[in-house]
Ligand binder design. Structure first.
Ligand code: DGT
Ligand code: CA
Ligand code: CA
Ligand code: ZN
Length: 584
């Protein structure tokens, strides 16, 4: 059923119209939205069977609204609404979600104080500019501050590195609970969907999908809402339930019958943009695609739905891995059978960015090596910080040499190859933080920016380009410098950085730390067009961090990266050749 989807569209448009102070229309759209939401009949079926006339028989739906619904069902968008959204100030939709801030107040704030976005509003509240405004006052200002805090808490996107372990845990807890006690339901098919399955760097809410026979769906929902980690039950139904966990994360669970499992998995994995394109393809072929299945348009006969593979295949497409489903050209590529063969975690032969307790790492050199060997790696690079990194206990030259000695000793006791490396600061002037005679002794040199983040774009770009032109540098580490939710990327001209990296045969890191994920997917896509090779590394600060690789792999896959693009999939001998070459 696409009722909820259609209803949400009208709610959104009503909000925008309200902000623009159009008098009657917001109410009309909201009423229609309510009717559609609570109709109990599939609006798409009504339209398919009875056409526009069927739609206008829904109370609250007049001729023009019916036209909008028809257009949306057919194309996934309404031209008029798209134009309207284009006109509305971009921050308006978000502002409207702040409790206590109606359209009238918003208009006043915009006119009197130029407030158009949430951050405008926050600044104005911080400067106590609202309380002087007629009709606002101190109390309103305080209430709005509280409402903003609440809004931000419930809408904060969470890092992939936090969401993924939570989803894994909830899924196994739910399976266990369904199996024992009185329910005795075997959840053999259960999986996380949504942005999490696409391995996006941040996650709005966790979506989980399970398959169950009709009679068992309610039992599954009962188990779900009674899990010990659940704090609040927002909604409990037979097909969908929503809860908030004690630590604040929102989870949606959907339960579907076997014949719809693949269609639901496809639909709820998204992205929305990918789904819209896919639905258009279905329509062109005379089919109808929904979260229930793929159907022949005329007869309504189901032709696919139990598996995703079957759906893509029936639509004439190669199977598209979830990480690619962002409507960034993957559907065209799938139609031509020209999708990339994405890198997999098992392709990796080593980790090239690892800290020990020589600098700011928690574990010893030996522990890190042991753990890397246990992971089955062929090689590991030890890359502690360079001497200028005082806070991170960067290594003075003497200490670095002591580490080399220990590495030489340990090398005899371990199978795994140990590369002597360093994460060397790129100083403000673009020079590296050790003299050449030290750099040339290292097997692998990462270059990182850890200071002077506020340089203007031109200077930052020159600084990085100069480092890339340094013959001793091998890899540009965490190239954008961002910390998710904490620090913006620094200003830099990536075209020039990528050009310089390509021209000098330098590698670029895909850093797997959940707080970094740097480069991100979009920049990876861009960098790849320059013919650059990458390394995917964990930047481990403890032995358990070595498992962060799955997040970096996710970003690489979202960036269409194949095994051959990534040097730490190469055997040791080939890697050494590449590292030698970057120094020529
Ligand atoms: P998030 O939670 O903001 O990180 O992003 P998603 O992609 O997980 O989005 P969510 O949780 O709102 O919905 C899960 C999936 O359900 C989404 O990826 C695609 C599908 N979906 C949701 N709403 C719509 C819609 O209006 N149209 C279409 N075609 N698909 C939708
Ligand atoms: Ca989601
Ligand atoms: Ca969701
Ligand atoms: Zn590091």
């Amino acid at each position: 059923m696409r009722n909820r989807e259609v209803a949400e569209l009208f709610y959104e448009v009503a909000d925008i119209l309200e902000y623009q102070q159009v008098e009657w229309k917001p109410r009309a759209y909201r009423k229609a939205a309510q009717m559609i939401e609570n109709l109990g009949k599939d609006i798409e079926t009504i339209y398919a069977r009875e056409g526009k006339a069927g739609l206008t028989r829904i109370p609250g739906v007049g001729g023009s609204i019916a036209d909008h619904i028809a257009e949306y069902l057919k194309t996934g968008r309404v031209e008029k609404f798209e134009k309207l959204k284009g006109k509305a100030p971009s921050g308006a939709a978000e502002l409207m979600e702040i409790r206590g801030l109606g359209a009238k107040k918003m208009k006043k704030l915009a006119d009197a104080l130029g407030i158009r976005t949430l951050s405008d509003l926050k600044n104005a509240i911080a400067a106590h500019r609202l309380r002087r405004l007629e009709g606002f006052g101190e109390k309103t200002e305080e209430n709005l501050a509280k409402a903003i805090e609440q809004y931000e808490k419930s809408h904060a996107r969470i890092a992939l590195g936090k969401a993924l372990p939570i989803a894994d845990e909830i899924i196994s807890a739910l399976k266990a609970r369904c199996k024992d006690t009185t329910s005795k339901v075997d959840l053999s098919k259960i999986i996380y969907t949504g942005s999490l399955r696409r391995l996006k760097e941040t996650i709005g809410d966790i979506d989980i999908l399970a398959e169950a026979k009709k009679g068992e769906a309610l039992k599954v929902m009962n188990c779900f809402v009674s899990l010990p980690d659940v704090d609040q039950v927002i909604l409990k139904g037979i097909t969908k339930s929503s809860v908030i966990l004690k630590e604040g994360t929102a989870i949606d669970l959907r339960v579907v019958p076997p014949e719809s499992y693949g269609a639901a998995l496809q639909y709820f994995t998204g992205s929305k943009e990918h789904n819209i394109e896919l639905r258009n393809i279905a329509i062109k072929k005379g089919y109808k695609l929904s979260e229930y299945g793929l159907y022949l348009k005329e007869s309504g006969k189901q032709i696919a739905g139990s598996s995703e593979e079957e759906i893509y295949k029936t639509l004439g497409l190669a199977y598209i891995p979830p990480e690619l489903r962002e409507n960034r050209g993957e559907i065209k590529a799938a139609a031509k059978n020209a999708l990339p063969k994405l890198i997999e975690q098992s392709d990796l032969r080593g980790d090239l960015h690892v800290h020990t307790n020589y600098s700011e790492g928690k574990d010893s050199l030996k522990t890190m090596i042991e753990r890397a060997e246990a992971l089955g790696y062929e090689y590991i690079a030890i890359t502690d910080h360079s001497r200028s990194q005082k806070i991170a206990r960067g290594l003075e030259i003497e200490k670095l040499k002591a580490q080399w000695e220990e590495i030489d000793k340990l090398s005899k006791r371990f199978r795994i190859k140990i590369l002597k490396g360093s994460e060397v600061d790129i100083l403000k002037d673009g020079n590296l933080d050790y003299p050449d005679e030290i750099l040339k002794e290292l097997d692998v040199v990462l270059g990182s920016i850890h200071s002077g983040f506020a340089l203007p774009e031109k200077e930052m770009t020159e600084r990085i380009v100069m480092a890339l032109e340094n013959r001793y540098l091998d890899i540009l580490a965490h190239p954008s410098g961002r910390l998710l939710g904490k620090r913006e990327p620094y200003a830099v001209n990536y075209e020039r950085v990528f050009e310089a990296a390509a021209a000098n045969g330098k590698l670029i890191e895909i850093n797997s730390q959940p707080s970094r994920l740097d480069l991100n997917d979009e920049l990876i896509l861009r960098a790849k067009t320059f013919g650059i090779k990458f390394c995917i590394s964990t930047d481990s600060h403890s032995a358990t961090d070595l498992s962060f690789m799955r997040y970096g792999i996710g970003q690489a896959r979202r960036g269409w990266i194949e095994k051959e693009d990534v040097v730490n999939t190469y055997p040791y001998s080939r890697l050494k050749e590449i590292l030698k070459k970057s120094k020529e």
